[in-house]
Write a protein that binds this ligand. Structure first.
Ligand code: TYD
Ligand code: MG
Length: 453
């Protein structure tokens, strides 16, 4: 007798229960349990030890993957992956709808002209894919397209064509016949991914799985999906801005701190190899409320413009709002300004914006943030040839930042005349820089220097 049973699965975190529950005990979300029919295969005989399967090996017998990576034609993508696509690996590419996941995958597939690639889409028809390909104006003779939602067919076609890279757009639209629940449900996603994983490891085909993102920003589907795949990439950016950022949240073959920056244009995505030049608005006259931060994301330094607006609060409770910067960190910096530098910002609204729609997590931007706030508050412009790098501590001290030389070099390259850095940064050869380097231990010193008070 085949054991058909139904199980209730949380669509948010993938927890399962034999009964329906209103609130998920594992992720505390409400109303996320959906009934799914699970057909368990009959256990096939005894699970006797089989020595014929994979054999254990010592390290020196295992071939190294390094020189086998497949470099893509998109340098920013290679950078984020740590050098190229590892054969047989599973890459999950997540992002909000409309951010450009399909465009990126298609551009990637079409640019690798001498490699066989299978691009399957469950979301678009072949005609729609062709339209998009015409828009980005590239073509490749080795790229095959398939509009398909059945996992079994995708696997069969992959085994037939034997591509080096398989793109599946998206994991939420494909389904396997083995499970009755609808595409996109937790059990379908999990089952399909595990089948694709097995296929990838068997055939050595690398797979890019495109995944949707839920409204709270996590990848739709269970966390287990992220555990299964080798690399989790996130494609993000505000749809209103042109910039798109590719980050890796997990990478079994490289660093996760790398960042790729693209610009969405009318003819597809373009790589931005020198982000600083794009991220700084070239203003000729001095305006108050902006300061330039020397930030580092991944191994790449770039300069970004921080914009602040401080105005008197209209209502009792002042507003604090940020785009691209952590709000709690802003509140902390405002408290430091208030307490340590004596600036009264309690009755002021403070708005902070990182130009270009970027989201920055480098703490070295702190110093530029507080300088831009003060500049707006005093309505005195910061010299637009000055740049700042420093983390601000709770006592108002400027704490050392990592790789300060790279930041200085980037500022110098872009024609800045002065950079403020932490006094406690370990010493380095200052003579090799032409830019004026000012070391400061406390935020007050910086204020005095830039606002000449
Ligand atoms: P798409 O790749 O379909 O997003 P996703 O697969 O992540 O949902 O990208 C859709 C957006 O990109 C759409 O709003 C149109 C825009 N776009 C361009 O601006 N230029 C282009 O050349 C292409 C192909 C798309
Ligand atoms: Mg898409």
């Amino acid at each position: 007798m085949s054991a058909i049973k139904s199980i209730y699965t949380c669509q948010n975190c993938g927890a399962q229960s034999p009964k329906w529950i209103g609130k998920c005990p594992s992720c505390n979300e409400w109303n996320t349990y959906v009934e799914e029919i699970v057909e368990k295969k009959q256990a096939t005989g005894k699970t006797a030890a089989r020595l014929a399967g994979n054999q254990p090996m010592t390290l020196d017998k295992i071939e190294t993957l390094q020189n086998k990576r497949i470099p893509t034609e998109i340098a920013e993508f290679n950078r984020v992956l740590g050098g190229g696509i590892v054969p047989g690996s599973l890459i999950l590419l997540g992002g909000d709808p409309g951010i450009g996941k399909s465009t990126l995958a298609l551009q990637l597939a079409l640019a690798m002209k001498d490699r066989k690639i299978l691009y399957t889409s469950g979301e678009e028809s072949l005609q729609q894919i062709k339209l998009r390909a015409e828009r980005i104006n590239t073509t490749s003779e080795n790229c095959y397209f398939l509009s398909e939602t059945s996992l079994e067919n995708i696997v069969a076609q992959t085994e037939e064509i034997q591509p080096e890279l398989l793109v599946i757009d998206s994991v939420q639209t494909i389904s396997t016949e083995l499970i009755e629940s609808s595409p996109g449900s937790v059990s379908q996603v999990r089952e399909c991914t595990s089948a694709i994983l097995k296929m990838a490891k068997k055939t050595g085909t690398a797979v890019i799985l495109i995944g949707h993102i839920t409204k709270d920003g996590s990848l739709a589907g269970p966390k287990v999906l992220e555990h299964m795949v080798d690399v989790v990439l996130q494609f993000e950016g505000d749809t209103n801005y042109l910039y798109r950022i590719l980050r890796s949240n997990k990478n079994r073959f490289g660093s996760t701190s790398e960042l790729g920056i693209f610009e969405m244009d009318s003819d597809g995505l373009h790589e931005i190899l020198n982000p600083s030049e794009h991220l700084i608005t070239k203003v000729s006259d001095h305006v108050s409320g902006t300061a330039i931060a020397g930030a580092i994301e991944g191994i790449r330094p770039f300069l970004i413009e921080i914009q602040a607006l401080v105005s008197s609060a209209v209502y009792g409770t002042p507003q604090r709002s940020t785009t691209g910067f952590d709000l709690r960190r802003l509140n902390m910096l405002l408290a430091v300004l208030e307490k340590r530098a004596g600036f009264k910002l309690v009755q002021k609204d403070v708005f902070l914006n990182i130009a270009g729609g970027l989201r920055i997590s480098d703490p070295a931007t702190d110093l530029a943030v507080i300088c831009s706030i003060l500049s707006s508050n005093l309505d005195v412009a910061v010299n637009h040839k000055y740049c700042f790098a420093g983390e601000v501590g709770l006592t108002g001290e400027i704490r050392a930042v990592s790789r300060v030389e790279q930041r200085i070099a980037e500022a110098e390259k872009l024609g800045f005349t002065r950079i403020y850095i932490p006094a406690h940064n370990k010493s380095f050869d200052q003579k090799k820089f032409r830019i004026e380097i000012i070391k400061a231990a406390r935020v007050e010193e910086v204020f005095r220097s830039i606002f000449k008070q």
